[in-house]
Design a protein around this ligand. Sequence first.
Ligand SMILES: Nc1ncnc2c1ncn2[C@@H]1O[C@H](COP(=O)(O)OP(=O)(O)OP(=O)(O)O)[C@@H](O)[C@H]1O
Length: 674
Amino acid sequence: MQKLLQSVNYLNGVGPKLQRTLSELGIITIYDLLYYFPRRYEDLVVKDPQDANDQEKLVLRGIIAAPALLKRLGGKRTLVIVRLLIDNETIPVTFFNQPWLKKQLETGRELAIYGRWDATKRSLIGIKIIQASSSTERLDAIYPTGKHLSQKILVKLIKQAITQYLPFVHDLLPSSLRQEYHLLSDADIIVGIHFPRTKQQAQAARRSAKFRELFLYSLRLCALKVSQGQDKHGVAQAINNDYVKQFLRQFDFELTGAQRRTLKEILQDLQVPRPMNRLLQGDVGSGKTVVAAAAMFASVTAGFQTVLMVPTEILAQQHYQKLAPLFAKFQMTTALLTSSLTAKQKQERLAAIKTGQFNIVIGTQALFQKDVEYKRLGLVVIDEQHRFGVRQRQMLRQKGGEPDLLLMTATPIPRTLAITYYGEMDLSVIDELPAGRQIVNTYWLRSSKFEQVRHFMAKQLQQQAQIFVVAALVNDSDKIELASVQTIYQKLQQQFPQQKVGLLHGQLAADKKDQIMQDFQKHKIDILVATTVIEVGVDVPNASVMVVMNAERFGLSQLHQLRGRVGRGLKQSYCILVSDPPNQVALQRLKIMTQTNDGFKLAQKDLELRGSGDFFGKEQSGMPQFEIADPVADVKMLDIAYQKARYLIRDDPQLAQHPDLQEYLQMKTINNLD
Ligand SMILES: Nc1ncnc2c1ncn2[C@@H]1O[C@H](COP(=O)(O)OP(=O)(O)OP(=O)(O)O)[C@@H](O)[C@H]1O
C-alpha cells in the first residue's frame, strides 16, 4: 500500500504543473490515479458501412486509396481529406483541424478510423485514427478530465502507473467475500476498467469496482460508529425521569407508543458517557418536536445547557413561542438566537448564554457561529438538517465538549439509502401517527380548473377553515418567485374580499414574518399566500387546506412536506395540487401524491422516478459522492456490502486480521468521508 501512496510525480512526465492539474481532479497519489475511473467508453467496433446508421459513431477499416489532401481554410482551420477503400467502395473521410494526420495517411496503409457516419453522402467525419489490429472490438475509456488535461495524457499516465505499480496493488476486500460474490481482484478491476478488451470485461470490472466502493464506504461508517461507541469523552447526564413525566403532563395528549419508545432510547443515550449520535426520523406531523423537547428538558434537569437548531427563522420563532412557556413552568429560561437580532441584542444574549443564564437556546445556524460560547452544553438537537454531511455533524459535536447530538428529520429516506447518509448514526423511528389523525385528501387539478378550487376554498372558509396557498415558482431568480406570490396574493384578495389574506415570503423582514405567522396562528388571517418558507415544521393545527400552485415544480418529498402543514388537527384536511404537468414523470408524481399519504412509500417512488440526486433537491450538500456506484441504482448491492462491512467490524473491530483494510482506513481519515 505504502508504495501506492507515493505522489504522482514519481511517474515520468509529471512536473509541478501537471501535478497541480491532477490534484484538481483529486488525483494526488498513484493510488488515486489507478482508481480514477472512466465515465464511459467509446465503443470502437469495426463496422461495415452497409450496416451503419446515419450520424452513428463507428469505426471503419480499410486501405488508404490515394494520397491525403490538406486544405487550409484560414486561421487555424484545416481539412484533411482522404479516401478509404473498403471492399470495393471508396469512402471519403474528412478530418477537421488535425493537419498532422496527413503524414500518417500513407497510400496503401491499412487503417481503422473512428468517426461519425453520414449515410446520405456515404462519407465519414473522422475523429481519430486507430491502428488497425486483428481484433474487431475495442473500447476506449473516456475520463472526466476538466479543461486542462487531455484524455491522451491521462491515459498514458494510467498506463505507466499500471506497468510500474500493478504488482503493489493489494486486494482490500477479504478473499472470502470476493469468492462469495464473484468479484474480481483489485488488479483485475484496474486493468479491466481502464483497458477492457471486451464489453463483458468492462462490465465485470465495473460491477466489482462498485461493490468494492460501497463496501469500503460502509466499512468506514461502521468503523466510525465503533470508535464513537468506545468514546468515553461525552457526558453522563443524570436524568430525573419523574420530572420528565411532569413536563409531559403539560401536553393535552398522551405520547404515542412510538414517541415513548424513541424518547426512552434517547434518554438512555443521555445517561451514558458515550456521546449520543442519533437520528430521530418520523413522518411529517408524527410528533418529533415533542420528543425532542422532552429530551432537552431532561438534559437541563441534569444540569446542562441545551440547544435546538432549526433551518428557518419562522420555525425558530414558532418553537420558541411554543416551548419557552412550557420550560418556564419549571423555572428554565429559554433564549432565541437568530441572525435578525440587532448587534446589541445579540451581544447581550451571547453574554447570557456564555454565563449559563439561559438553559435552553433555540435558533438558526447562527447558533454555531464562532462567537457563540456555551456553558456546559449537554444536548444539541438539530431539526430538518439532512443537509449536513458526516463531517459537518462531527464538527458540530466538537463545539462545546462532545455534547450529545440528536438529529431530527421528516425526510422519509428509504432504509437502505439512509445507510449512506446516516450510516454512522443510531436510528430511532417514530413509525406511528398520533391517534385521530386523518388522511389528507389530495386532489390534482389543471390550472384551467382553478375556478373549482376557488369554490372549494370558499366553502371551506365558510366552515372556519384556514388555508395555505403556496405559490412559489421554484426558480433561481428570487424576483420571479416574488412576482408569482404577489400576483396570486392580489388575485385572491380580489376574489375573497370578505376574508383576510396574508402574504409571507423570504424577503420580508424577520419581525414582519413573525407577525404574519402569529396572525395566522391566532386566526387573524384566513388565507396565507406563501413561498416555501413554510415548507418545514410550520405547525398551525387549525389550518386544513393546502393549495399548491405549479405543483409540478416541486419534488415529491417537498410536496409531502407541504401537505404535512395540514392535517395536524382534528379537522378533515385537503391538499390541492394545481398543475399542468409537462411530462409523464411529472404526471406520475402528481398521481402518486393523490394515492398515498405515506411518506416512505412516496420516497421510494420518488427515487424510482428521479434517482438519488434529485431526491434531496439541489441545495443539499454533504451527500457522499461515489466514484462509480450509485446508491439508488445499486441499492441491493449497497445493502449486501453494508451488512458484510458491519459483520466484519463486529467480529474484528480493530481489523487485526485485515492489515490492508486497517491501513486503508487510516489513509481515509474522517476529513474526507463526505
Ligand atoms: N401523541 C400526540 N397526540 C396528539 N397530538 C400530538 C401528539 N404528539 C404531537 N402532537 C401534536 O401534533 C402536531 C405535530 O407534532 P410535532 O410538531 O411534534 O410534529 P413533527 O414530527 O415535529 O412534525 P413536522 O415534521 O411536520 O415538523 C403538533 O401540533 C403536536 O402538538
